[in-house]
Write a protein that binds this ligand. Sequence first.
Ligand SMILES: [Zn+2]
Ligand SMILES: [Zn+2]
Length: 347
Amino acid sequence: MPTTVPALVAASAGASFERSTIQRRDVGAHDVQIDIAFAGICHSDIHQAREEWGKAIFPMVPGHEIAGVVTEVGSEVTKHKVGDRVGIGCFVDSCRECENCLAGEEQFCVKGNVPTYNGREYTGEETYGGYSKQIVANENYVLSIPEGIALDEAAPLLCAGITTYSPLKHWGTGPGTKVAVVGMGGLGHMAVKIAHAMGAEVTVISQTLSKQEDGLKLGADHYYASSDPSTFDELKSSFDLIINTISADMDIDAYARTLRLNGTMVFVGLPENPQSFRAGSLIMGRRSLAGSNIGGIRETQEMLDFCAEHHIGAEIETISADQVDEAYERVVASKVRYRFVIDTATI
Ligand SMILES: [Zn+2]
Ligand SMILES: [Zn+2]
């Protein structure tokens, strides 16, 4: 028998969240049942709950930054046991046989992976995310949260953490490299912490200097305002890598020119509008523009272990189920420092 589980539900696009219930499937042989303790609020939750990214599935229970404790395991489960601290990120299954899945890059599953919410299992059933008290998922898509990170501070790592860790790692961040983080929000503050822990020299470029003190405290070495016209002249040919977390229209040429020879600017934010740039900004310096999307399961575990080792969690503001609508407004207005986490005990 499926289990009835309390959840925060948006009945339709843009609707406010109401306490309701959803059905979770039986714990299958390879499944893990998790009591969710905390669920982070990612900006993409808002885009989907408001149906800003195309047709969405309602009723919707968002949430793909999930941290909790295992309460039951199926008969064949070997990776997790009852009482383990675990997490779930942006997807709960993938085809397991395409070249990307076999390479451990399930986020790029050719068949399309199964999103944690606003998606469908391969059987056709809708998926529901972390704004709920319990979830059931295949053990291979469940991460271990090491001792050393509190569950509330760990939850945002499952999206914001891996979204920034993966490109930092892929493009060789380490001692001697210079990294710029554009935007100082949920993603940006994680990029600063992780790049600093990897040993890079870190520069934040934010709209204003209002978060400068935080940025320097979290590990940035330098902090610039993009609204200051002298910033881009000063930073010409400075960086090996730019992690661009903003999702607004931007002057790509101005940022590209801050890259050193062979430098790369990686998009992890998703602007609504098409963006343009001059080829010359790339040609002069053999620069690259690139994109990156979360990370595979193996790399997500590596990120959690790295964060535990370096005592890195997200900077969070914990809220109750009643505050989610208000929290959405504050995320949209960039008025959160730096991630909201829902205490699911309040659902
Ligand atoms: Zn996310
Ligand atoms: Zn696949």
